[in-house]
Write a protein that binds this ligand. Structure first.
Ligand code: GLN
Length: 526
């Protein structure tokens, strides 16, 4: 029997519903339950693949090639599971499914409406993963009161009605702001938000209050009284030094026991507290490395969320604090600024902006033997840089940036040429590569066959491999023996570019070898 935990948000967005959900999922997992998380985003985009990272943060890619919300990355890292297309839903994709059905004539002449047709499709997706989990955590994106979120709330209300009380637990995450002038925490926004939720017909079982200051008993009592939630179910979520400390903070407030009690389930094993201690043990730093990430979105950490996590996770395993700075590739003083860093990374990206800055960054890292990792577009820039500066192929470029370049060292695949629709049409998800022995890639992965996630349209042009290998840029892994997947420079302490996205595969205490290698070399170089 699968149980369901619904997570909604109130007052403001960006309260970390995903982190709260993932933390609760972790606690339940430590009790032996099989947990899955499903995200519902109320926007009309079919997926976030075409959305600007400035608005939406990074696009997380699942192994089966879904372009999804970055919360799926949080789920994967907390729960150490793999998510898939079924874990990510948007209003756009739900409406598209219903409209396609209507066009096929499947509704038999009925008027197709939000209730019941859209809500039925949402409910179908609530239970999509029930076969392989004990508890499904369903996070509804956005904030209560948003017009576009209404069908999702309505579907959750219906779902409540159609299932037993003990099968559903509803959590509302809100903000309890601190008003400095009055030296006071304010509960009114939470009261309004819960009222809004109750108008829809959902009464939360628990309220998680994001706050900068601890909530005292009287505040908890007030929230309990006004919001019709038991006092012990008013939970405080203070900002934590690491998001991985949040499960323990919730555990200390009995969040897991309260959920288990209401859902009327029995833990499947003795609670395993060692995860808390292990997480703490990797937060003791006696060293520091400074890493520059040179990309298009200079001051937006969320645009490179998984990269940030990967660097921190890898550094932590080496008792090192990663000080990661995001430098804009168009910054005029870029090369000067790079002198302050122990390692450099050029992440993935799309479009022409900042390309020349990324190439200059690579020249600097290559010449000065600074540990360097290029990811996806970052690898493509390595190929362009080596072509221009080592192989002297003047004007070498990717056809993404210069269609008429004399030396198209990165080019679009024939099968990608005639694509009209941009969404979901890239090389997406897991692909295998074969790694050559006696390469840095092999030393790091300790394997000759790997599988990593992709999200790109352009590829290194195989016609240029020979010339580039002659000048020192070698291909150390291929997909199906033809498409280059990893390039490296053997005479450099750590200079490697990968066509895929290793950042999606890092988990706490399971650092990814590429990130660990980068930081390890940076430490040795210091
Ligand atoms: N823009 C490049 C491509 O489409 C790289 C994509 C990426 O870095 N994710 O191939």
């Amino acid at each position: 029997m699968t149980k369901y935990i619904f997570i909604t948000g109130g007052v403001v967005s960006s309260l970390g519903k995903g982190i709260s959900g993932a933390s609760i999922g972790k606690l339940l997992q430590l009790h032996g339950f099989k947990v899955n998380m499903i995200k519902f985003d109320p926007y009309i985009n079919v997926d976030p693949g075409t959305m600007n990272p400035y608005q939406h943060g990074e696009v997380f890619v699942t192994t089966d090639g879904a372009e999804s919300d970055l919360d799926l990355g949080t789920y994967e890292r907390f729960l150490d599971v793999y998510t898939s297309k079924a874990n990510t839903n948007t209003a756009g994709d739900i409406y598209q499914t219903v409209i396609n059905r209507e066009r096929r004539g499947d509704y038999d002449g009925a008027t197709v409406q939000v209730i019941p047709h859209i809500t039925d499709e949402i409910k179908r997706r609530f239970v999509a993963l029930k076969a392989d989990c004990d508890i499904s955590i369903i996070e509804i994106g956005g904030t209560v009161g948003d017009i576009e979120g209404l069908p999702f709330m309505e579907a959750a209300r219906q779902f409540q009605l159609e299932n037993k009380k003990e099968d559903i637990f509803s959590i509302h995450v809100t903000l309890v702001p601190y008003i400095a002038g009055a030296h006071e925490l304010k509960t009114k926004p939470t009261q309004h938000s819960v009222n809004k939720l109750r108008e829809i017909g959902i009464s939360p079982d628990m309220i998680i209050c994001r706050t900068e200051h601890a909530l005292d008993e009287s505040l908890k009592r007030k929230i309990s009284l006004f919001c019709n939630v038991k006092e012990e179910c008013v939970v405080e979520a203070l900002d934590a030094p690491s998001i991985y400390y949040i499960p323990e903070a919730l555990y200390e407030q009995n969040v897991d026991s309260l959920i288990i009690e209401k859902l009327n389930i029995k833990p499947k094993k003795k609670f395993d507290k060692t995860w808390f201690t292990k997480i703490k043990s990797i937060s003791k730093f006696d060293k520091k490395v400074k890493i520059a990430v040179v990309g298009k979105y200079a001051d937006l950490k969320d645009a490179y969320k998984s990269i940030d996590e990967s660097l921190n996770i890898a550094a932590a395993e080496l008792n090192t604090r990663a000080e990661v700075h995001y430098l804009g590739a168009e910054d005029k003083n870029l090369v000067e600024k790079l002198k302050n860093y122990d390692a450099i990374l050029v992440p993935g990206g799309f479009g022409n902006r900042g390309i020349e800055g990324k190439i200059k960054t690579i020249t600097y890292a290559r010449r000065n033997k600074i540990p360097f990792l290029g990811i996806c577009l970052g690898m493509q820039c390595i190929v362009i840089e080596s072509s221009r500066n080592l192989a002297k192929l003047e004007g070498a470029n990717s056809t993404e940036f210069d269609e008429n370049t004399k030396y198209p060292v990165i080019k679009i695949l024939d099968e990608q040429k005639n694509i009209k629709y941009r969404g979901g049409t890239m090389r997406l998800g897991n692909y295998k590569s074969e790694i050559k022995k006696n390469t840095l890639a092999h030393k790091l992965y300790k394997s000759t066959e790997i599988e990593e996630r992709h999200r790109h349209r352009y590829e290194m042009n195989p016609e240029f491999i020979k010339v580039l290998e002659k000048v020192g840029l070698s291909v150390s892994a291929y997909h199906k023996r033809v498409l280059p997947e990893i390039v490296e420079i053997k005479t450099h302490p750590f200079f490697i570019g990968v066509q895929f996205h290793p950042e999606f595969a890092s988990r706490p205490m399971k650092a990814h070898p590429l990130f660990k290698g980068l930081i390890n070399t940076a430490l040795k170089n210091k």
